[in-house]
Design a protein around this ligand. Structure first.
Ligand SMILES: [Zn+2]
Length: 421
């Protein structure tokens, strides 16, 4: 083998190459979100871990003939999913709480009684960095089996400087060990910890004087996020925290409008958040400003599926697309409201229940998700120069994706062009 091509590969015999790509460097919105390039009988040429070229096999340039062949035997290939919203680093589980909620208990009252997030906080504080890292790595491996090759990962179960840093370190080490692309988000404003009960402003002072500067200066995260919801952090408080993060180079993101709309979307527009997440009950009057600000709306079908028992309104994702806002899909993988890290499941709910088209949903889980995570220059699209983070599926055409719902259709995953076993 010629040494020039020692880091080269030619993916061959692709039944259909599903090739999401950005809109000239921007996320896909409105009608454009429904446009998806699909190339039958295709190849991809890979060099040094990145996509060098792609197209129909019949038009494959002869210069790639010497590239070693990776034959996928008439399978569909698409970019690995980018999960733009995860709480992947945690300890313990909350199955009893999940079932109690399905039977009518209210999430915010569970939280105010010291359960919910605070139960996970106690478990994370007790855990060692090694345990957290190992469990995170195991969870990442599981998600990889379902086609996810890049993750946004939030802290938010430590709520002290030491424990938030421990979570971000666990995410960093685990991703390094596996070789996946991640984007780390400081979410110290996930809940008010017990030692600051009744003193939210005191906790915000602690965060802004201690946690945010440390994480920003040590470059332990790329983004900052706030759980802006009634009874947790108000829009005014969220603004103070996000602005502090921006001072330290962190990009703003927001959890908003999951239960009540309290002005979070207007704030997301004002601070130019790269994403506003949940948005189940957002006020359409706030849509135009967010649309103009350029952020992505991250819808979380798994949380909606589990949390909104008795008040399901699945139409919200479609409303966002009609409002010309780019939509991404994430799992919200977390031990409270969504223990499912399968992006396939999320896409299936989005298509079968939320009314997204096949193309809208695949774009939402790949290219738009990369923008929502700040990973748009690295992964999540079939574009020359992007990482060759790819998945091979046991189907021949994309229509089989929702048709075979509930099954794991992924047979192989490539990270930077290398087969992940
Ligand atoms: Zn979340």
């Amino acid at each position: 083998m010629c040494s020039k091509y020692s880091h080269s590969k030619r993916i061959w015999n692709i039944s259909e190459l599903v090739a999401p790509c950005s809109d000239n460097g921007n996320p896909l919105r409105g009608d454009r979100q429904n446009e998806l390039l699909r190339i039958p009988h295709a190849y991809i040429a890979i060099q040094d871990g990145n996509i060098l070229d792609f197209g129909p096999m019949s038009a494959c340039p002869s210069e790639y003939e010497s590239f070693p062949i990776f034959d996928v035997h008439n399978s569909l290939v698409m970019p690995g999913f980018v999960d733009p919203h995860t709480h992947l680093v945690f300890e313990g589980e909350r199955a009893k709480e999940y079932v109690a909620r399905l039977q009518g208990e209210d999430y915010l009252s569970i939280l105010s009684a010291g359960g919910g997030i605070l139960e996970t906080v106690r478990a994370v504080r007790k855990a060692s960095l090694e345990d957290l890292t190992r469990n995170t790595e195991n969870r990442m491996r599981e998600c990889l089996q379902y086609g996810t090759t890049a993750f946004e990962i939030k802290s938010g179960y430590g709520l002290t400087l030491q424990d938030e840093v421990k979570m971000l370190q666990a995410a960093t080490v685990a991703s390094h060990n596996i070789g996946v692309c991640i984007s780390r988000t400081l979410l110290a404003a996930h809940a008010v910890p017990p030692e600051f009960e009744g003193n939210t402003d005191g906790y915000i002072r602690y965060m802004n004087q201690s946690i945010v500067p440390y994480v920003g200066e040590k470059k332990l995260a790329e983004n900052i996020d706030v759980f802006c919801e009634e009874g947790v952090f108000s829009a005014v408080q969220a603004e103070e925290i996000l602005k502090r993060g921006i001072q330290f180079g962190l990009r703003p993101k927001l959890h908003i409008d999951e239960f009540k709309s309290i002005g979070g979307l207007s704030l997301a527009a004002q601070v130019k958040a790269i994403s506003a997440d949940h948005m189940m009950v957002s006020n359409p009057l706030e849509f135009p400003a967010f649309c103009d600000a350029g952020g992505v709306a991250v819808v979380l079908p798994g949380t909606c599926f589990g949390l909104s028992h008795g008040r399901k309104d699945y139409n919200y994702a479609k409303r966002l697309i009609h409002a010309n806002i780019p939509v991404a899909i994430g799992t919200d993988l977390n031990p409270g409201t969504c223990m499912c890290g399968s992006m396939q499941m999320m896409i299936e709910i989005a298509i079968l229940q939320m009314g997204l088209t096949l193309s809208e949903a695949i774009n939402a889980a790949t290219v738009n998700a990369s923008f929502a995570s700040g990973l748009e220059f690295k992964t999540g699209a079939i574009e020359k120069g992007k990482r060759a983070d790819l998945q091979v599926l046991s189907i021949q055409s994309l229509e089989e994706f929702p048709y075979r719902f509930g099954l794991n259709k992924v047979t192989r995953v490539l990270l930077k062009g290398i087969d992940f076993a």
